[in-house]
Design a protein around this ligand. Structure first.
Ligand code: SF4
Length: 452
């Protein structure tokens, strides 16, 4: 079949969000291509296309299947793309975290859909196309959401069996990342799933069973990225890159043995790192480690079921600094139970950590998470931050949305409008060739900070 996998344009062309590769679409494209389909990826977001141009392209291409992906905060963008494309395509298929979380309810939200995929799609999507090609008689394959049929959950694919993402179908020269330290940017997954049980975390696609690729497989892909695509910086998208210490050591030692120059960033937990490991990571090209600190209040950490204490974060940040690495702290402001005093406490805590970068967010009730079930019916809108791509952010908070908005602005401007973070970000933009994108982002930040 002729398949077009598409990332729709920005909601608003003034949206300054940086384009990162749509890794999920590239994985599915590779799997569909291996199954014999003719696959194209259109990344209209990265290319800066308008909605009119997107519509024209689909009308001209007339694919037999249009594949889209959606996270819950941007599900309305996928819905708009499905509506536009419907008259021009044979079938419309949606994958990603949103259909995985809401299952058949997605057909009420997006009546144009013919089917959706719940969970990882590398095996379910080719199986669904085979089912369609055979006439769609009998039950659909596991993982496929089809009207009138119950979902049979699919086993996640074995990572060693699925082909590498089809990056040759992506405009690789268009991707940028603000914290990259070298030109040429890519994202990668070395593991999937996370065994922890944080109450706010939407792990619906890859679940709780952690599955990892071997150090050799990981470094083979890094070598290919450096050699074939000129990639100088990789952001590992793993939920928990540092979960198994021996595997991280193996990846670092293999990187050093092969002498790759690629630099990278990963995500870890504050209870999952130590100074010798961080020093080895630094030698092997790591430049930044991001930690889900979330809060400086133990009651909030307990509500979020982070399974760490407030005291563990300072040690991890000190070790990261001592290893010569930069740190990024993810912080949640105004979680249920937090008033202004608790938000102020979290901000003091965050500044004392000495993080090089911080991302402050409000708490979104993601469908299917324990926290959302616990606080059903309580959501309001507000609490946006300058890097959210959702327009009307749904939040869980005891603070009035306008107060949370004001606190969010104070947090971001209080952290970033200081000489050291500005110098650091300007240096990164220069090193990674992203000056234009950083300027756009800075202008967007300014508009947001002024409430424009
Ligand atoms: S927040 Fe991080 S550590 Fe917690 S469950 Fe999600 S991925 Fe795992």
């Amino acid at each position: 079949m002729r398949v077009l996998l598409a990332r729709p344009p920005r909601r608003d062309l003034r949206d300054a969000g940086l384009p990162v590769p749509p890794l999920g679409l590239a994985y599915v494209a590779a799997a569909l291509r291996a199954a014999g389909h003719a696959v194209e990826i259109l990344d209209a977001y990265a290319l800066g296309w308008s909605w009119a141009r997107f519509d024209q392209h689909i009308a001209a291409a007339r694919p037999e299947v249009l594949g889209l992906s959606a996270m819950t905060p941007v599900a309305d963008v996928a819905a708009r793309a499905a509506r536009l494309a419907r008259p021009h395509v044979g079938r419309v298929l949606l994958g990603g975290p949103h259909p995985t979380a809401v299952h058949h309810a997605v057909f009420d939200e997006m009546p144009e859909l013919d089917a959706a995929i719940a969970g990882e799609a590398e095996e379910s999507a080719p199986a669904l196309l085979r089912w369609w090609a055979a006439g769609g008689a009998g039950p659909p394959p596991p993982g496929a959401l089809v009207r009138g049929w119950p979902l049979v959950e699919a086993e996640p694919p074995a990572l060693a069996q699925i082909p590498l993402p089809a990056r040759d179908l992506l405009p690789m020269g268009s991707y940028r990342y603000l914290l990259a330290t070298r030109p040429g940017f890519a994202t990668m997954l070395t593991s999937r799933g996370c065994p922890f049980s944080c109450s706010f975390c939407d792990k619906s696609v890859s679940g709780s069973r952690w599955r990892a690729r071997s150090p050799i497989e990981v470094v083979d892909e890094l070598e290919l990225l450096e050699r074939d695509y000129g990639v100088g910086f990789v952001n590992f998208y793993d939920d928990n890159f540092t979960l198994r210490r021996d595997r991280v050591v193996g990846i670092c030692e293999e990187l050093l043995r092969r002498g790759l120059r690629v630099e990278w960033k990963c995500e870890g937990r504050v209870d999952g790192v130590d100074l010798p490991l961080l020093r080895l990571m630094r030698r092997a090209g790591c430049r930044t480690v991001a930690y889900g600190v979330e809060s400086g209040n133990q009651a909030t950490l307990d509500l979020l079921r982070k399974d760490v204490t407030v005291a563990q974060a300072p040690a991890a940040f000190a070790a990261t600094r001592a290893a010569g690495l930069r740190s990024l702290a993810y912080m949640i402001l105004g979680a249920p139970g937090e008033g202004e005093a608790e938000v102020a406490e979290s901000l003091r805590f965050c500044h004392a950590l000495g993080a090089d970068y911080v991302q402050f967010s409000s708490l979104m009730p993601m469908p299917g998470t324990p926290l959302t079930a616990q606080h059903a019916g309580r959501a309001a809108t507000g609490g946006r931050n300058p890097v959210d791509s959702d327009r009307e952010r749904v939040i869980l908070s005891d603070l009035p949305p306008e107060r949370l908005d004001a606190l969010m602005r104070r947090a971001w401007t209080g952290f970033y409008l200081r000489p050291a973070p500005l110098r650091r970000l300007a240096g990164d933009a220069l090193a990674s060739g992203s000056l234009w994108e950083a300027a756009r982002l800075g202008a967007g930040f300014g508009r947001w900070a002024l409430g424009a």
